[in-house]
Design a protein around this ligand. Structure first.
Ligand code: MG
Length: 164
């Protein structure tokens, strides 16, 4: 089996939607980025790529490429999952930690789990999304932005890569 680690940060920006784990969350401001700035899905993709030693999302989806402007990160996650299957692996489980002072994310955790599980074609129970504040400290505490951490465990796919 293989394990990967991901981390991402995005700054808040007014006039942008807040998309986390593919779920659009009502908020005063969204996150700034070339794509939809889905910090949760970005951390998860980096964990999956890291588990395969395939570099990072900056290499796979460069922000200099106009085709990724405003891109749905959930769509990019599906591309990363194709790499996982090509290499003969499947997702064992993933665990994600979101660091945000606001908005309160608890009401949206289940929707994020379902959205990410659907994109990865795994069961909801294999996806964990947790959230914490930074107790007012640092850039997250000052509400300048959000961060996310992820770990992903990949297992050899004994089904021969068939998607069930
Ligand atoms: Mg990012």
């Amino acid at each position: 089996m293989r394990i990967g680690l991901g981390f991402d940060v995005h700054a808040f920006a007014t006039g942008r939607p807040l998309v986390l784990g593919g779920v659009t969350i009502p908020a005063e401001s969204g996150l700034l980025g070339h794509s939809d700035a889905d910090v949760v899905t970005h951390a998860l993709m980096d964990a999956l790529l890291g588990a395969l030693s395939l570099g990072d999302i900056g290499q796979h989806f460069p922000d200099t490429d106009e085709s990724y402007r405003g891109a749905s990160s959930i769509g990019l996650l599906r591309h990363v999952m194709e790499r996982v299957r090509e290499r003969g692996y499947r997702v064992g489980n993933v665990d994600i930690m979101v660091l945000a002072e606001r908005p309160r994310l608890a009401p949206y955790k289940d929707a994020m789990v379902q959205s990410l599980a659907r994109a990865m074609q795994v069961e909801d129970v294999d996806v964990s999304v947790k959230a914490t504040t930074m107790e007012g400290m640092g850039f997250v505490g000052r509400r300048e932005g959000m961060a996310a951490q992820a770990v992903a465990l990949l297992l050899p796919d004994m089904s021969g890569g068939r998607v069930t």
